[in-house]
Design a binder for this molecule. Sequence first.
Ligand SMILES: *Cc1c(COP(=O)(O)O)cnc(C)c1O
Length: 390
Amino acid sequence: MTDNDGYLPLPKGFTTIAIHEAQDPEQWSHHEIVTPITMTSTFKQDEPGVFKYQYGRIGNPTREVLEKVIAKMECAKYGACFSSGLGAITTVIGLLENGDHMICMDDVYGGTNRLFLQIATKFGIEVTFADGDVDSFERQIKPNTKMIFVESPTNPTMRLCDIKAITSMAKRYKVMFVIDNTFLTPYYQRPLLLGADVVMHSLTKYMNGHSDIIMGALVTNDDKLGEKIYFLQKAMGVVPSPFDCSQVLRSLKTLALRLKKHQANSLVLAKYLETHPKIERVLHPGLPSHPQHELAKRQSSGHSGMFSVYLKGDLETSKKFLKSLKYFALGGSLGGAESLIALSTKMTHTSVPKDQRDKLGITDNLIRISVGIEDVEDLIADMKYALDQI
Ligand SMILES: *Cc1c(COP(=O)(O)O)cnc(C)c1O
């Protein structure tokens, strides 16, 4: 196990960063061990224009600590937090100009698809979609192409894209490469080290991990992009509250512990379901049966609690199965301590047209599972009971 099961090594000092980075108690007036929540909208200046902090949208001490921790976890120089994951992507759109073209992976979070197609296009940004293969992106590159946006693994079909291959292609064309790292977090995947320009997070999911906060983040190592992102954070104003930042900061201290349990539980459950006669197919990048299992090992350090299964049956079978579960709550989010389950066609991907869903394999018998950190025997028993009912 010392070789981390053939995956990339786990990041060293990850939890020490979560607990100590930018959190020296001596910087606070009462030497607080825990970063104080600085609830103030504005700050008194020493002299006109002389200040450490000016105004809460532009900078806040609690938010700044969180931004430094997230940046360090992703091996980045710059980190910025936003009021939601989509708020972070809204800010990414602000990096583009009217007339620019961007290519998005076809199998992304439904809200991301909607934001690009229904909002970005209103501001004169041209959006096209590619299937995740490096050639499918390269074929669409035009003189005005400025950005490639991907998720890996994707939601809900667990497809991976080759981050290094896309990086080197994007660099050849001087196209910015942005990746949504929500599903794996920096504990299991560090795309900046593989060459991506910007990493985006919905902190709402594993990073906060307790299903009680909506927040997002962007990180980068590029000086110019870092400066632009801070400018856009100030100018567009999609910022989080100091209280929410404090909650995420607390949650990050247990991120590695939680993810290990999410990973272990999801593997046990996925292996169980793979042998079950009422399951047609399991999609889990951590299983050898996944067509891109080797790629997963080459570019990540593990997999989280996210996977999907095709039931043998139709919409009615899926509904009956979902209704029979006790611990897996029917819900559209992921990454929390509580196990959640979703029927993508009716819940997370309603904004994606049916023909595109069919093409992607998002059908009425595809069930997306976010395995929590409950005791796995109970989760297996719950699944077994529900499968017995169909
Ligand atoms: C939830 C999610 C988002 C959107 O984030 P919010 O915090 O809900 O705005 C983006 N990408 C992925 C992969 C997500 O799961």
